[in-house]
Design a binder for this molecule. Structure first.
Ligand SMILES: C[S@@+](CC[C@H](N)C(=O)[O-])C[C@H]1O[C@@H](n2cnc3c(N)ncnc32)[C@H](O)[C@@H]1O
Length: 228
């Protein structure tokens, strides 16, 4: 199961109308997703000519914002005043600080039954987990995969927010799945501790820190979701 299937099945299950993707790059996910209204945010879209032509003809209902997610949320709050976000995919800058801000901004504009999916929550090596991609590239074991320290955002939200139900699906670099509601369980880390956590802390205890679930769990989760 990959992010395309996960996001589309959530959209279908809750009959989602509005989909937001932060960090779109080539549009590998964005152009495959079917939803009534789609919004793409990226400071630099990297669409091929074929995708640009596709966008012109088949994505006329979609909106494209070539800017950072911070600028997008600062300047476009009106976009969500009538109709909030049903499903968001957060895949912009892969740092703790930025991914946390992106998720919180999505949550502020999310329907009550909406879902935020977060990419790159389960790095499998120290280099993949380095918050700087430039530093990661110089490290032993670098294999081109970069997830950054988005995992810390999951630990942060699981420690601080008793109004969110959060788990990470163990597929496609770890898909964090966040919705409003009671947590299954919480962590008790302080923000300053999380800042200082290292990859080895994650590696020792990833099931607990991430509330990591196998792919089979996804059907239970979907059964629990409802269209409003
Ligand atoms: C891994 S790619 C996204 C891939 C895409 N979501 C997919 O599934 O095919 C990450 C993208 O995030 C974008 N990005 C980096 N900083 C960003 C920011 N502050 N706001 C929004 N997007 C950002 C980069 O330009 C890059 O295109």
């Amino acid at each position: 199961m990959n992010r395309i299937e996960v996001v589309q099945r959530i959209i279908n299950k809750i009959n989602a109308k509005k989909y937001l993707e932060i960090g779109v790059e080539f549009g590998t996910l964005f152009f495959r997703i079917k939803a009534q209204k789609k919004i793409a945010v990226d400071p630099q879209f990297k669409f091929s000519l074929k995708k640009k032509i596709y966008k012109l003809f088949f994505e006329r209902g979609s909106k494209f914002f070539e800017m950072s997610s911070d600028d997008f949320f600062k300047g476009n709050s009106g976009l969500f005043s009538d109709q909030k976000i049903d499903v968001a995919f957060v895949d912009g800058l892969h740092t703790y600080e930025q991914s946390l801000r992106d998720i919180e901004n999505c949550l502020d504009n999310l329907e009550n039954n909406g879902v935020v999916v977060v990419h790159d929550c389960n790095p499998l090596s120290e280099s993949a987990a380095n918050p700087s991609q430039d530093e990661a590239k110089k490290m032993k074991g670098w294999n081109g995969k970069w997830n950054g320290d988005v995992w810390k955002t999951i630990v942060h939200l699981r420690s601080m927010r008793n109004d969110l139900n959060i788990f990470v699906l163990n597929t496609d670099h770890g898909l964090g799945i966040i919705r409003k509601g009671a947590p299954e369980n919480m962590l008790d880390h302080k923000a300053s501790d999380i800042e200082n956590m290292k990859y080895e802390d994650l590696d020792k205890d990833r099931n607990k820190l991430l509330n990591l679930k196998g792919e089979n769990y996804f059907d239970n989760f979907l059964n629990d979701l409802c269209a409003e």
